[in-house]
Design a protein around this ligand. Structure first.
Ligand SMILES: [Zn+2]
Length: 275
């Protein structure tokens, strides 16, 4: 995995790398010593030049599924990556909304409340910017219309049956039904995200296979296949290229906006993985 990552960095020279969660395998139960060992190993394997910005999202293997998540594990993760797990990252006018999707369970748990509160605040700020620009008749290309949501869990879909793309699940797995709040977000949480942010693109991980799907006939989502040999025999990443045409849209699975997105699964203990 280290060689694959370093080769990708050398060949593609991305400005940004997004790792869409499940950085570690045992983050949900590792002792402090094992956690620190894994963090050191991660930084060594995923070293990169200062020209590349590495942004990491949280997944269920980092802090546990919702029922296993607690403040200690979440803050331990956020401290390592020096940032809140729900926030906006802006690059060249594109807003990347990073979401702690493990906390979108909708049961009112303290962490869920905190994440929802932050999302509502961001949504209000973005809508406010949009209205101000409308009033002042300023270009709005860099506000809502270029928002991209990045999160570990995919938005709700029944199964992978409707997925397209060369890395989609094999035929024998495509009709397996997904469980809400485990394989994918709940219907309610998915609709809330779409209504609040009307994203131009959603990038997600977790399911190991790739999927290109269109929600409500207008919101494209790409589930990025796993980067780990443990999860598939053709570990994958996706490359997203910047275009000077800021009005461009996504057609037929071709993504045309800023930065590079990679999903990687850094999992040492093969026997203990759940998802
Ligand atoms: Zn996962």
């Amino acid at each position: 995995m280290e060689r694959a990552f370093q080769t990708a960095m050398w060949l593609l020279r991305p400005e940004m790398v997004f790792i869409l969660g499940d950085i570690f395998d045992e983050g949900k139960w590792s002792s402090q010593k094992h956690w620190e060992d894994d963090v050191r190993r991660f930084h060594r394997m995923f070293r990169h030049s200062t020209d590349t910005e590495l942004v990491v999202l949280v997944g269920n293997h980092d802090i546990g599924f919702h029922y296993e998540m607690d403040w200690f594990k979440l803050q331990r993760f956020e401290k390592v990556f020096n940032a809140s797990s729900t926030r906006i990252v802006t690059k060249k006018g594109v807003n990347f909304l990073l979401v702690n999707s493990v906390a979108l369970h909708g049961d009112g748990c303290p962490i869920c409340q905190s994440v929802e509160k932050e999302l509502i605040k961001i949504s209000r700020e973005l809508n406010c910017s949009l209205q101000v620009r409308r009033r002042k008749k300023r270009p709005m290309l860099t506000v809502m219309f270029s928002l991209c949501i990045l999160q570990h869990y995919p938005l709700y879909r029944v199964s992978d049956a409707g997925c397209t793309g060369q890395d989609a699940a094999p035929p024998e797995e495509r009709n397996l039904l997904f469980r809400e709040r485990y394989d994918v977000l709940s219907k309610e949480a998915s609709q809330r995200l779409l209504q609040w942010f009307r994203p131009r693109l959603i990038l997600s991980g977790h399911t190991h296979s790739g999927c290109e799907v269109l929600h409500d006939n207008k919101y494209p989502e790409v589930s990025v296949p796993s980067f780990s040999w443990r999860n598939r025999n053709n570990p994958s990443l996706i490359l997203v290229r910047e275009t000077t045409d800021t009005t461009s849209q996504i057609h037929g699975g071709e993504v045309t906006d800023a930065a590079v997105a990679l999903q990687m699964k850094y999992q040492q203990n093969l026997a203990s993985a759940v998802c």
